[in-house]
Ligand binder design. Structure first.
Ligand SMILES: [Fe+2]
Ligand SMILES: [Fe+2]
Length: 158
C-alpha cells in the first residue's frame, strides 16, 4: 500500500484515476489512427489493466454503498451496466483471434464508451452520490478505493 492518500475523498480519488484513463485513451487513439495493431495492443493492455482495477474498486467502494439508498439504485445500475459493456469490448480486444477490422472498430468503440462513461460519472453520478454519502463516509471510501485499486493490480500482475 504505497500510494494511498488518506485525505483524498472517494470522488477526488476516482477522478484522479479518470484523468490517467483519459491520457491512456489518448495514447491508444494515436495507434488506432495509425492502424498500428502491435502498438495499439500494447496501449490497450495498459488501459485494460487500469480500467479493470478501477471498475472493481469503484463498484465495491462507491456503487455498493450508494445502492443502499433508493435514490442510488438507478445510477449504480446504469454505471455497472456500462462497466459490463466495456468488459465485453475488452474481451474482444484481448482475443488474438479477433481480425484487424473488428479490432480497430472495437478499440474505437471502447474509447468512445470510456470517455462517455467518465463524463457521465463526473457530471451526473458523482454529483448525485455526493448527496447520499456523508463527508466522513466519502473520506473513508476514498482510502478503501485506493487500497482496493492497488491490491487488485497486485493480484492481477503477470
Ligand atoms: Fe465507472
Ligand atoms: Fe470511474
Amino acid at each position: 500500500m504505497t500510494n494511498i492518500n488518506t485525505n483524498e475523498d472517494i470522488f477526488t480519488a476516482l477522478t484522479a484515476k479518470h484523468d490517467i484513463q483519459r491520457k491512456m485513451c489518448k495514447d491508444f487513439q494515436k495507434y488506432i489512427d495509425a492502424k498500428d495493431r502491435t502498438k495499439a495492443r500494447a496501449a490497450f493492455d495498459e488501459l485494460e489493466a487500469e480500467l479493470k482495477a478501477h471498475a472493481a474498486a469503484e463498484e465495491r467502494h462507491l456503487y455498493v454503498p450508494v445502492m443502499a439508498f433508493d435514490e442510488g439504485l438507478e445510477l449504480s445500475r446504469h454505471a455497472i451496466a456500462e462497466h459490463h459493456e466495456m468488459d465485453e469490448m475488452m474481451a474482444t480486444l484481448g482475443d488474438g483471434r479477433t481480425g484487424d477490422e473488428r479490432f480497430f472498430e472495437t478499440a474505437q468503440a471502447l474509447i468512445d464508451e470510456t470517455l462517455h462513461h467518465l463524463e457521465e460519472e463526473e457530471n451526473e453520478f458523482f454529483k448525485e452520490a455526493r448527496k447520499l454519502l456523508d463527508v466522513d463516509t466519502q473520506k473513508r471510501l476514498g482510502t478503501l478505493y485506493q487500497a482496493e485499486h492497488e491490491a487488485y493490480e497486485e493480484r492481477h500482475e503477470d
